[in-house]
Design a protein around this ligand. Sequence first.
Ligand code: SF4
Length: 362
Amino acid sequence: MNVKENVQQILEHFHIEQFQHDLIDWFRTEQRDLPWRKNKDPYKIWVSEVMLQQTRVDTVIPYFYQFIEKFPTLDALADAKEEEVLKAWEGLGYYSRVRNLHAAVKEVKEKYGGRVPASKEQFSSLKGVGPYTTGAVLSIAYGIPEPAVDGNVMRVLSRIFYITDDIARASTRKKFEQIVSCIISHDDPSDFNQALMELGALVCTPKNPSCFLCPVQRHCRAFAEGVEAELPVKTKGKAPKHVAFRAIVLTNEEGKIRIEKRPSSGLLANLWQFPNDEHAPTPNEQAFIKEISERYHVVLRSIQRIGTFEHVFSHIVWHIEAYKGNALELQIDDETNKWVTVDELNQYAFPVIYQKIWQAYE
Ligand code: SF4
């Protein structure tokens, strides 16, 4: 059986119109008051959808307000310097999201006169724009009936249709996209997609779904079979790699702090950090002092420990042993290595773990 036939079979005896009605009615009365729902500005909806990838709504709200205040229009973001954009994103993590967004809005400004394209082909060809973002922005901003399927929506639909396919597989996502293409409301694709997302966030939660409060309970096959807690099926990815290294808040005789820019590609690209031995961890403090002294051409006699800091990325966990130390400065500044004052430090975007080291140092 091919996917199309499989989807047809899944949708047999499913009351699509009644489902749309139950879901959308519930959404219209119960939806949360979120700042990106105030109007249908495609630029703002796009920003919110990028921020919401891998990040909780509560965390996103203050960032969204600040980001939109700083870059109120697509043109304002397109014209901004990368350093400013990274600074506005500082702390949200997954920085490739905002670098891609920045590149994409520049393209929109150049190619489409600053108007977010309503064409699926044009919008989905922009940097960092995948099928989920395409569906979310086109349906919410322009009312185009495109599926917007993320992990949240797959969980809800796995339960409603009692689908046991592994949601970690790309083919399963495609299957769900086909299902949504068949059941999406053509009268109101915006509310339909948002309602599915809202249901996953408020009612059909990963653990202990509130089935007795659920507006689509009568359509839900997993609830009817009492198996909602077993769904969705998801295989675990590889265990993250643990990496331990040292870093130092290095000050000179004027009280300035040494910072350096990370490479322009890879993890946390173009953010700033304190000197460290991430790429060749040293075995002990003495070796670390030697390494830092040689690399930065400074005279560093002793260091004091600040503490141990941990940060979990999707595929890697950092454990940083952080120190502070005074150095006699020999190396001069260049574009990627600088001595800065404490006030100037605020102009540079740092990964969260280095912000924590700085707070502990202070
Ligand atoms: Fe989810 Fe329960 Fe509603 Fe089914 S009935 S969609 S499992 S909350």
